[in-house]
Design a protein around this ligand. Structure first.
Ligand code: HEC
Ligand code: HEC
Length: 447
């Protein structure tokens, strides 16, 4: 017995020595991987990590100083507070906010509040709860600004407002952030229409405030009209709203031109949106918009050459771009499509239906000039004509399953994927059988 236990002690001692050596070695090697002044290769890695970190912060939390517009000028925060808390109107309860498609970031909530939420003890009909959520920085895409006595004094908006949603893990509209996913529940127009003061829009567009409100309310969930402030066109010739769907901001690496109508690159559009749409303080330059025929409002108001000092946008563009490129298109959940049919559909996509002529894997857009005249895809030119290119951009197709709400194509004119396929079958005279069409749809759902 005695001999045995002293052997065991020796073995344990040896194991401990080996463990200590391993730990020391690991510590040393970690240090050599992240030096402060390494080789150029190492600087590249550090740069990538920094850009990812900073870009994520910007995507989620930067307002670029736009609270001066949404808060100070439009007084949107007063509509959120409601008259009981010193604002105007009934106020925005969490229930109302969720029904407008706003999302709550569960990771910003303290665990005590999560427990209360789970037990239904949080008053979701009281605007004061919304203010508390803003204080916790838990409302995705909206930042509250508070004064010394903790009163909401302004709000600003962030990229995440339209281009993020949550995984609903704590309930409808409450969960972990999903950056880059299009928020197709969000009623942007109805949210802006809550603002007590819409005079800046009515001045810009040269119409009554009530008209502005009517236009905003015509957009509906998942849509926004980025071109309205350029050309003043609120409705299409057929009388329907001119707003377009919010596209996803993931799966864009390797894609050349962006937006439904290919206005420019990602950093082009990021600057456009941050300065012209969000009303952040920055610089934006595009002489193509100085065209009194195509863009009467932009030309008249100098929107093609905006200069703000200090510039809170330009310094953030490089990392923001980098972060967006890093957002992968999410894979469809198992069981959300028929795998066998998808495999057959892939063959149809790449042969008989010739979809890959334009949707080239892996980006599913063309390498190079990824733009097409409206008649090439058999649709009207209204939205294309609102862009400098007068064309439609080949949509990247990965992650289609995440944005089926609101439909497909820039204005959601096709409610379902089978409608999209039927459209191509008709205008491109593909002669697809019903089986081939169904397989194609399963393939699209699998991307
Ligand atoms: C109010 C909603 C809203 C906000 C806020 C918003 N976007 Fe967008 N975004 C849109 C819409 C709508 C489009 C489509 C515009 C078009 O095609 O005319 C778009 C298009 C894009 C695209 C092009 C996607 C593609 O498929 O090529 C990118 C990239 C993008 N936005 C990034 C951003 C960034 C970065 C921010 C913050 C600086 C931002 N957006 C803020 C609604 C929004
Ligand atoms: C001539 C080039 C071209 C061909 C061929 C083509 N597409 Fe497209 N596709 C486009 C363009 C451009 C758009 C964007 C339309 C818009 O913005 O309204 C688009 C959009 C789509 C969309 C909607 C994406 C979204 O986010 O709403 C789907 C789905 C799609 N195509 C599938 C297909 C399938 C399936 C085929 C083969 C049957 C095909 N496409 C063939 C150019 C093409």
């Amino acid at each position: 017995m005695l001999i045995k236990s002293s052997w065991i002690k020796k073995i344990i001692f040896l194991i401990l020595i080996v463990l200590i050596i391993l730990l020391l070695y690991k510590g040393l090697s970690l240090r050599t991987v992240t030096p402060t002044n390494g080789t150029y290769d190492e600087q590249v890695t550090q740069n990538a990590e920094r850009m990812l970190r900073e870009g994520k912060e910007t995507f989620r939390f930067a307002t670029f100083g736009d609270e001066e517009f949404w808060g100070k000028t439009l007084r949107l925060h007063e509509a959120i507070k409601g008259s009981k808390l010193g604002g105007v109107g009934p106020g925005l309860s969490p229930k109302a906010a969720l029904s407008l498609g706003l999302k709550v970031d569960s990771e910003a909530l303290p665990s005590s509040l999560i427990e209360e939420l789970k037990e239904g003890q949080v008053d979701l009909s009281d605007p004061a709860t919304t203010i508390e959520l803003l204080k916790l920085n838990a409302v995705v895409g909206i930042k509250g600004f508070f004064d010394n006595s903790e009163q909401l004094r302004s709000v600003g908006i962030e990229c995440a407002l339209c281009h993020s949603t949550v995984d609903n893990s704590l309930g409808e509209g409450i969960g972990r952030r999903l950056d880059g996913w299009a928020n197709r529940d969000l009623n942007v127009g109805a949210i802006i229409a809550l603002a007590p003061n819409l005079k800046p829009f009515s001045d810009l567009l040269g119409v009554e405030e009530q008209t502005v409100r009517n236009v905003l309310l015509s957009w509906g969930p998942g849509k926004f009209d980025a071109e309205l402030i350029l050309d003043g066109k609120a409705f299409r010739p057929d009388g329907k709203s001119a707003a377009t769907l919010i596209p996803p901001a993931f799966g864009l690496a390797g894609v050349n031109l962006h937006t439904w109508t290919g206005f420019g690159s990602i950093p082009y559009w990021n600057a456009f949106v941050a300065v012209l749409e969000m009303h952040g303080k920055g610089r934006f330059f595009d002489p193509r918009l100085n065209d009194p025929i195509q863009y009467p409002i932009a030309a008249q108001n100098g929107l093609w050459n905006v200069i703000n000092e200090p510039d809170l946008v330009s310094p953030k563009l490089p990392a923001l771009h980098f972060y967006q490129l890093a957002l992968p298109a999410p894979k469809p959940p198992k069981g959300s499509y028929d795998q066998e049919a998808a495999q057959l559909g892939k063959i149809v996509f790449n042969s008989k239906a010739r979809c890959n002529k334009c949707h080239v894997p892996p980006t599913f857009s063309e390498p190079g000039y990824n733009m097409h005249k409206p008649k090439e895809i058999g649709i009207d030119s209204f939205q294309a004509d609102r862009s400098p290119e007068k064309r439609y951009r080949t949509s990247p197709l990965k992650g289609l399953w995440t944005h089926q709400k609101g439909g497909f194509y820039h204005d959601g004119r096709f409610a379902t994927l089978i409608e999209v396929v039927n459209h191509y079958d008709r205008v491109l005279e593909l002669n697809l059988s019903e089986q081939e069409k169904r397989d194609l749809v399963e393939y699209l759902k699998s991307l």
